[in-house]
Design a protein around this ligand. Structure first.
Ligand code: FAD
Length: 332
């Protein structure tokens, strides 16, 4: 078996900055590197990413591989996979980390298949077993009702995707030093099977769902677009943002990009207020990592109350206004 050593993060740069999920991966990767006493490297792809590369070193990375002049967002998956595979041959890491976001979901399984590696997706915690030195990979299972810990001792390398907000974002230390290695990779154009026809930019006003610390989410019980005004008011006071279940999306009350769940965003906020939401497993799969779940539902038998830390039984139109007033008063 080939000798694999160290940890490689497949990072993301947006508008010249290291993304939050990449900073979270650096926190996790740094801890694993220190425990294994091995190097932490990162791959950054994009245009004019030299500043981002220095930033990565300050955040805690030892070696930064940069592939410049390829717009990250426009890179077709086959091209990105070819680049990652190329850097993989150079770095030969035993662990490869991706964020559980669009790029990670797409590329990580392809890379695992190509390398014959193990893969564990949507992890919320990684650790090194002090005795066996195995990588312990924790991920929610059964719709978030349990956490399973996996280890793949006989397979190298090991590929992992990490859920957003599973770790705190790394903070910069400008005194840190590291190596920045620009890499020129020639891609065989014939491997590219998909082409980007158009990019439609979704306007994200305020806080991104996957970075939100507070989410006020509405479901079928909101019964129309107008009801969401109350939820927005509460979200604003709490410094949070709005999420939805499948129903408001299907009914056209709110944009589809706000959907949380199995086929939507997976979120990990400190506080999740579920209003008029039944608690279907497909929805809970996206929010069961919330640190505190508060449910407001007029049906005392609703399944969401079994998952909630706190609950209010009642019509949201009556429950929310006093809650909003109380929050306003507490903020004064
Ligand atoms: C393959 C698959 C994937 C799916 N993926 C997702 C996903 O990613 N995300 C997702 O959300 N769903 C998903 N679904 C749909 C999911 O199964 C549920 O149908 C959906 O989550 C139900 O949404 P809800 O709880 O908002 O609506 P409902 O089931 O309509 O529940 C509404 C709740 O509001 C309460 N209510 C009604 N009026 C009021 C009021 N005035 N005040 C307070 N409470 C009130 C009711 O008691 C009820 O509990 C998926 C389904 C499938 C089959």
């Amino acid at each position: 078996m080939a000798e694999y050593k160290g940890i490689l993060i497949c990072g993301e740069v947006r508008e010249g900055k290291i993304t939050t999920i990449t900073r979270e991966l650096i926190t996790t990767g740094r801890k694993l590197s220190d425990d294994l006493n091995q190097r932490l490297s990162i791959l950054l792809i994009g245009e004019n990413i030299q500043e981002a590369a220095k930033e990565a070193v300050f955040f805690g990375v030892d070696v930064v591989y940069t592939v410049d002049d390829i717009p990250f967002a426009e890179s077709p998956p086959e091209q990105y996979l070819a680049l990652v595979s190329n850097i993989f041959q150079k770095a030969a890491p035993s662990i490869v980390l991706f964020g559980q976001a669009d790029m990670g979901r797409d590329i990580a399984p392809r890379l695992a298949a190509r390398l014959g590696a193990s893969i564990c997706m949507d992890c919320v915690e990684l650790a090194i077993d002090p005795e066996t030195r195995s990588l312990l990979q924790s991920k929610p299972v059964y719709g978030g009702n349990a956490v399973a810990v996996w280890a793949s001792d006989d397979v190298q390398p090991q590929i992992v995707t990490m859920r957003p907000r599973a770790a705190a974002p790394a903070e910069p230390d400008p005194s840190r030093e590291g190596e920045i290695l620009p890499v020129a990779v020639k891609i065989d154009e014939s491997v590219i099977k998909s082409i980007l026809i158009e990019t439609v930019k979704e306007e994200v006003k305020g806080i991104r769902l996957d970075e939100a610390k507070v989410i006020v989410a509405g479901g079928g019980g909101i019964d129309g677009k107008e009801g969401f005004e109350l939820l927005k008011e509460l979200a604003q006071i709490l410094g949070g943002t709005i999420g939805i279940t499948r129903v408001p999306c299907d009914e056209g009350w709110m944009p589809a990009g706000l959907e949380i769940g199995q086929t939507g965003h997976v979120v990990n906020p400190d506080l999740y207020v579920a209003v008029g939401i039944s608690g279907a497993p497909q929805h809970l799969a996206g929010c069961s990592g919330s640190k505190c779940l508060v449910a407001i539902n007029k049906n005392p038998e609703a399944h969401i109350f079994e998952e909630a830390d706190f609950g209010i039984v009642g019509d949201y139109r009556e429950a929310l206004p006093p809650l909003i007033e109380k929050c306003k008063a507490l903020k004064k």
